[in-house]
Design a protein around this ligand. Structure first.
Ligand code: ZN
Ligand code: ZN
Length: 359
């Protein structure tokens, strides 16, 4: 883990080609002076829209042309058109930032970090005083590396959010903006964003692999430490959509199991709890009788997640989820906890989901 005073060097062989002619005239490289003991500047990143960058009639056009275009590497193929996350950014103090030389890599603690790589980022430069867990770090993708002296090296990073850190934002399947983790977010899931920050490279605490999970049917299990499937657009507080499944039309939390209906005409993926809900509702209707309209209205009005079978029947999958049988228990008074097993039928098409069990 990088700490103050650890070996820290730019790989001077991999500095990038000289900046464009235009910028060179404006600010020859390296033109900025940092004393060895000068504190890190308080870097601020501000943004302008791509509209301002492209439209000469826009009131911010001139400022935007001085900014750097940020072309996002994160496109959520299903929900967001290419370019949705793009914007322009200005790092200030601008003369200091732009006056530093650009590099392709840096080395901390014998680890070489390159442009485009994902890194664990410490929240500050203070030496750590406790055992650190993954959630004690941020995750960033390195977009730029700039340095003035060996003790003044900075990276512009593109943040990947832990779900817990999401500010108020709204996804297409949500009725209003909410913040933080959604029920479908997996333990190892992060959200790609268009939020950038300039950080001292000494806060980098190791590399991490992050992949784009496309949520396709035939995908192999995710083996990288982290994955993203969703994007957060800070410009309009939009969270991109995720694939919806099941009769409930809700997303999938990859830490849980979905069961697939084998009927070629159906092929739906189902949440286990939705299968149980279907079985329990049918059990209730068969043994007690369906709710009448008045009872249905009452149930719909109640703020709890009570179902018609709550407190009457419960069910759980029995054994191997690949051959789903469900054990149902009658928990009504006087029924002595009567228990039986039922096969599972697809709640959408009625197909026997246990039909491929060995005979
Ligand atoms: Zn469901
Ligand atoms: Zn089906």
């Amino acid at each position: 883990m990088a700490q103050n005073g650890l070996k820290h060097e730019l790989d001077s062989l991999s500095s990038s080609p000289p900046p464009s002619k235009k910028r060179k005239t404006a600010s020859p490289t390296p033109s900025v002076s940092f004393g060895m003991t000068d504190p890190d500047p308080d870097w601020q990143v501000t943004y302008l829209s791509m509209q301002s960058y492209r439209d000469p009639q826009d009131k911010d056009y001139k400022r935007a042309r001085l900014a750097e275009p940020y072309i996002s590497a994160f496109t959520d193929v299903k929900e967001q058109a290419d370019g949705t996350l793009d914007r322009c950014y200005i790092v200030s103090p601008t003369d200091k930032w732009q006056g530093m030389r650009k590099y392709n890599s840096f080395v901390i603690d014998e680890v070489k970090y390159h442009l485009g790589e994902y890194v664990w980022v410490k929240h500050g430069l203070e030496p750590q005083t406790k055992t650190m867990h993954e959630k004690d770090f941020w995750i960033g993708k390195i977009l730029e590396i700039r340095g003035a002296t060996t003790s003044h090296v900075y990276a512009l990073v593109n943040w990947m959010y832990w779900p817990e850190d999401l500010p108020l934002c709204q996804a297409p399947n949500e009725l209003k903006p909410i913040s933080g983790r959604r029920g479908y977010h997996g333990r190892r899931e992060v959200i790609a964003s268009n939020v950038l920050d300039a950080i001292p490279v000494l806060t980098c605490a190791g590399k991490v692999d992050v992949i784009h999970w496309l949520e396709e049917d035939d995908e192999d299990a995710i083996t990288t430490p982290l994955y993203w499937r969703q994007t957060f657009n800070e410009e309009n507080n939009e969270l991109s959509g995720v694939r919806l499944h099941c009769v409930c039309d809700q997303p999938y939390n990859p830490d849980t199991t979905l069961l697939g209906c084998e009927n070629p005409m159906c092929h739906i993926w189902l949440h286990k709890e939705c299968i149980l809900d279907d079985i329990l509702t049918k059990t209730h209707d068969r043994l007690i009788g369906p709710l009448d309209d008045e009872q249905k209205r009452k149930l719909a009005k109640s703020k709890t997640s009570k179902k018609c079978y709550t407190g009457k029947f419960k069910a759980d999958f029995k054994g191997d989820a690949m051959v789903p049988d469900v054990t149902i228990t009658d928990i009504r008074k006087g029924q002595n906890g009567n228990t039986w097993t039922e096969a599972v039928y697809c709640p959408k098409c009625g197909f026997d989901m246990t039909s491929d069990r060995p005979h």
